[in-house]
Design a binder for this molecule. Structure first.
Ligand SMILES: C[S@@+](CC[C@H](N)C(=O)[O-])C[C@H]1O[C@@H](n2cnc3c(N)ncnc32)[C@H](O)[C@@H]1O
Length: 334
């Protein structure tokens, strides 16, 4: 897991501060850079640009020939990171693209790029999105029921909360929020419609939650709605599958997830090479997978990082390397 650069010689704290963009310190950045960078002259994709913290760290470590293509679906993130990293954009070491990482193959192909050396996905919402009341992600602030990362997309949290069938809401809370009182909360929402703000929804969920479990229930319900609005699991599945074709042999993918539904997907995919997690074997009994799983156990934040950035508490990093395709990986003898 060692890149060619001498990263360990650097002073961690100084670098950590340098890469913090003022609103989003890049989570687990040191482990990401160490695990992801295998070629200092390579081409890297940051599928979740956000505040640009990981992109900045990558650019700092790569040689002047190394390049980064950074993608985000949020116009605000694109605008702010483009300003922050304008020197690298001007020198063409960095290309910033608006879009969904699920579409990265097409986005890259439009730039004339068919293979890359590394892909980073730092999933979920940024601190900036969470802290901005008008984006409607937080149950701690009053804002519209929005929760769209891509503000050009038509479906918002308002549509889900006010238009979905009770049964579908219940299933979403249960499956995507792992909320034990899913039925009770879905019923309460339907009875109280229309709900027009995060505050109205939060008050209702708090009233419907078992006493003492209000905060956890709020977090789970808001998480479920956010995942639905942004189709977070579907886009992750698509991105994982397209990474197989995009990565050059020996290239790596790093995924930072913040809840078990995402982490489970990355874990299964890196172990088995398919979304079902089914380990297939060739004629000779060798497991068939395009990956070498480099993190049997996910990497999480150490004490020092937790102190500086409490939001890193739930972060889990997994890294896998693209194996060379063997003939037996493609075909089983008849
Ligand atoms: C956790 S933040 C990334 C922070 C970033 N690594 C940094 O160091 O500042 C996630 C960012 O990814 C974006 N994002 C999430 N899912 C996305 C997707 N499917 N396609 C494109 N961008 C996405 C969000 O809009 C947000 O800006």
């Amino acid at each position: 897991m060692n890149p060619k650069g001498d990263l360990n010689a650097r002073d961690n704290t100084e670098l950590r501060l340098k890469y913090a963009s003022g609103y989003h310190a890049p989570v687990l950045w040191h482990a990401v850079i160490q695990g992801l960078v295998t070629d200092l002259d390579g081409v890297y994709v940051d599928g979740t640009l956000g505040g640009g913290g990981h992109t900045a760290a990558l650019l700092d470590v790569l040689s002047p020939n190394g390049t980064v293509i950074a993608i985000d679906q949020d116009d605000e993130a694109i605008r702010e990171a483009s300003e922050r990293l304008s020197t690298d954009v001007s020198s063409r070491r960095l290309t910033i693209l608006k879009g969904n990482f699920a579409d990265m193959r097409v986005l890259l192909s439009n730039q004339g790029i068919e293979k890359v050396d590394g892909i980073l996905l730092d999933l979920g919402v940024s601190s900036h999105q969470l802290d901005e009341a008008s984006r409607g992600f937080s149950h701690r602030m009053t804002g519209p029921l929005d929760m769209r990362m891509d503000q050009d997309q038509p479906m918002s949290a308002d549509n889900v909360v006010n238009e979905w069938e009770e049964r579908d809401l219940m299933m979403a809370f249960f499956q995507l929020g792992e909320e034990p009182k899913a039925r009770r909360i879905a019923r309460a929402i339907v009875a109280a419609r229309p709900l027009r703000s995060t505050e109205a929804l939060a008050d209702l969920v708090r009233d419907a939650a078992p006493r003492g479990a209000e905060s956890k229930t709020l977090a789970r319900v808001f998480q479920a709605i956010r995942i639905v609005v942004n189709q977070e699991l579907e886009v992750l599945d698509t991105a994982l599958e397209s990474a197989v074709g995009l990565l050059a042999t020996g290239g790596r993918i790093a995924v930072i997830s913040y809840h078990s539904l995402e982490d489970r997907r990355a874990k299964r995919f890196f172990r088995s090479g398919n979304l079902e997690g089914e380990i297939k074997k060739d004629f000779f009994g060798h497991p068939i997978s395009p990956w070498i799983d480099l993190t049997r156990k996910p990497i999480s934040a150490d004490e020092e990082e937790l102190k500086q950035n409490p939001r890193s508490r739930s972060a889990r990093l997994r890294i896998a390397e693209r194996k060379e395709d063997r003939k037996t990986d493609r075909k089983t003898p008849q």
